[in-house]
Design a protein around this ligand. Structure first.
Ligand code: OOG
Ligand code: NI
Length: 332
């Protein structure tokens, strides 16, 4: 896939043209929203060489393929410390036309010491194009004293700053792809990694996009979208490693939310001590949302995003988090 080269996306360097979003006419989304989301995606594409490979394969003749791939959701990870955490992205997303959705019960992952929530475009007309945004945070107070100390040391500035000042730092981190804290030494990184893969990821990647999830339900055939099990087999056949945790396809208890992920790319990172090692970068997910039973009578061509299973599922997400665990790869 060629990098996007025309129109409003002309500043973008690495983003495949198939992943550029276009808002439907008349929808009420602030003008800053799409440029920021594209900037975040472009930085992600630069750090995720596998994305280009995935898009190339998926849009090849013979696949259920397409000119445009839709984004079901984006996902970010954060440190749950004062001033940062989920609330720091809420301050970015609400002015961009997103509304927070608080699930009841909340999405919680006690074994990973994580909680999560998600955001949806406030204007329903934008929901078929703009991604949902899944945001998680690690409950720092539940980590060991040394891990807490390492995180608090680099985030103390946020507790002391005004919300407006923190917002400026978070925005600039989103727009540049660099974390709003210094890079750790390799020893400090490895100590954190031994305790929490998630915490180590956030320490080196900050507010970089963790993944985009591409929407299989927006591909043909109408009414169901592309079959996810078929997709897993196709992706494996072209040599991509899939997250094998709990099976390749993660299925919600209601059977209507189906997810799978290509495991994270690795990238070499030079630490503050000058040493370099491979770390997990970002990954690509696929989602198939199936039609809700109350819309079973619709003709396939009448089925829209609002007729499909909404939201996220704790059991699926718990497994998808493993996509940045470098040992999670499997070829079936
Ligand atoms: C998020 C994992 C969960 C989903 O769609 O349920 C998730 C992460 O790895 O940060 O993406
Ligand atoms: Ni996801």
């Amino acid at each position: 896939a060629a990098a996007a080269s025309a129109g409003p996306a002309s500043r973008l360097q690495a983003l495949p043209a198939e992943l550029v979003m276009e808002l439907p006419k008349g929808c009420k989304v602030p003008p800053a929203t799409l440029p920021l989301l594209h900037q975040v995606l472009d930085l992600y594409a630069q750090r995720t060489p596998r994305l280009g490979a995935v898009v190339d394969k998926v849009t090849r003749p013979g696949w259920p393929g397409v000119g445009t791939l839709g984004h079901d959701h984006f996902a970010f990870r954060t440190f749950g410390v004062p001033g940062l955490g989920i609330s720091s992205l809420e301050r970015v997303l609400v002015p961009l036309g997103y509304a927070r959705v608080d699930d009841d019960p909340p999405l919680a992952f006690p074994n990973k010491r994580l909680v999560a929530t998600w955001f949806t475009p406030a204007d329903p007309a934008a929901r078929a194009v703009l991604p949902r945004i899944f945001v998680s945070e690690i409950q720092v107070e539940k980590l060991s004293p040394p891990a807490q100390a390492a995180i608090r040391e680099v985030t103390a500035w946020a507790a002391a700053a005004s919300p407006e000042a923190v917002l400026v730092q978070v925005m600039s981190s989103l727009a540049t792809g660099s974390a709003p804290w210094p890079r750790p030494s390799l020893d400090a990184y490895e100590a954190l990694l031994a305790e929490s893969e998630y915490a180590a990821w956030v320490m080196v990647h900050g507010y970089s996009l963790n993944h985009t999830a591409l929407a299989l339900h927006r591909l043909p055939p109408a009414g169901t979208g592309a079959d996810i099990a078929d997709f897993v087999a196709r992706l494996q056949a072209v040599g991509l490693d899939m997250n094998a945790e709990g099976g390749f396809v993660k299925v919600s208890p209601d059977k209507h939310l189906l997810q799978c992920a290509v495991v994270a790319d690795r990238m070499p990172l030079t630490f503050a001590c000058g040493k370099t090692r491979q770390v997990a970068a970002a990954y690509v997910e696929f989602v198939q949302r199936l039609r809700l039973p109350q819309f079973a009578a619709l003709r396939p061509e009448e089925v829209r995003e609002e007729h499909l299973r909404e939201g996220f599922e704790v059991g699926n997400a718990d497994r998808i988090f493993h996509s940045t665990t470098l040992a999670a790869a499997g070829r079936g």
